[in-house]
Design a protein around this ligand. Structure first.
Ligand code: COA
Length: 256
């Protein structure tokens, strides 16, 4: 599929996906959602890709939300399937078997904030702005944001962001745990790349199992999550990768 609204560029096992509608601040129109869905479906199955970095084109925005010119046309009949389609994309991003890092380079509002929340880790430039302004337009977040923000930062923060609709600076987003690492704008790309490199130096199967364990556990009780954890722990212990990494540690210790 040829993309018109996104770019994908692969380097050293990392796929850089860029939402590319800078003149509309990378707003998610229907066709961009379709292209992202296609792209993340393909990434999940592509064994040459070991991590994904998702960002926005230009210097102003990661993604400034769902496309309001399309939202304005929605009715009670069309809105629900649109929300379900957006939710499916966010679930695909979150369910990606490779680590997905959002490099938030500017506005991450509405659907853009929800897209960042669906990524596994978020880095941001210190001038980025987050927010869920849907209530200012008379709607509510519909791409999983009400659920994910409450799980990531707690229900108090989720209610504050959703009910005020205010923009939240990157430092505050970092303080409440929405952003993992903050960078000066000119260092965001390099800093995010280094983070991806660190992750990619770790056991590849362990990374997959860890992602899966955390994701599934979020929708379970602690007890049920620990059962998944012990199963995955057992699975990790069957790999050559585990044996090689542990032997390398022991050999190094012997030489000291
Ligand atoms: N949907 C559709 N178009 C959008 C958009 C969105 N979510 N966000 C920005 N754009 C468009 C603008 O309409 C404008 O297009 P134009 O040049 O054809 O008029 C272009 O992107 C640039 O945006 P502009 O508003 O001129 O930039 P700004 O720097 O003055 O303001 C924002 C930036 C982010 C504060 C402002 O664009 C904004 O409030 N956007 C909507 C955010 C939002 O409510 N998102 C949630 C939707 S549910």
């Amino acid at each position: 599929m040829a993309y018109e609204n996104i770019l994908r560029e692969d380097r050293e096992g990392v796929a850089f996906v860029t939402v590319n509608r800078p003149d509309k601040l990378n707003a998610l129109n229907n066709s961009t959602i379709g292209e992202l869905q296609h792209c993340f479906d393909a990434l999940t199955l592509d064994e040459s890709v070991r991590a994904v970095i998702l960002t926005g084109s230009g210097e102003k925005a990661f993604v400034a939300g769902a496309d309001i010119s399309e939202l304005a046309e929605q009715t009670a009949i069309t809105a629900r399937p649109l929300a379900l389609r957006g939710q499916r994309l966010m679930n695909t991003v979150e369910g990606c078997t490779k680590p997905v890092v959002a490099a938030v380079n500017g506005y991450a509002l509405g659907g853009g904030c929800e897209l960042a929340l669906a990524c596994h880790i978020r880095t941001a430039s210190d001038n980025a702005q987050f927010g869920l302004p849907e209530v200012t337009l008379g709607i509510i977040p519909g791409y999983g944001g009400t659920q994910r923000l409450a799980r990531i930062a707690g229900p108090g923060v989720a209610r504050e962001w959703v009910l005020t609709g205010e923009m939240i600076g990157a430092e505050e987003a970092w303080r409440v745990g929405v952003v993992n690492r903050l960078f000066a704008p000119e260092e965001l790309k390099e800093g995010t790349w280094k983070l991806a490199e660190t992750i990619l130096s770790r056991g590849p199967i362990a990374l997959r199992l860890a992602l899966e364990t955390i994701r599934r556990g979020l929708n379970m009780s602690q007890q049920e999550g620990e059962i998944i954890e012990s199963d995955m722990f057992g699975l990790a212990s069957t790999t050559d990768d585990m044996r090689q990494r542990m032997q390398a540690f022991l050999d190094k210790a012997k030489k000291k």
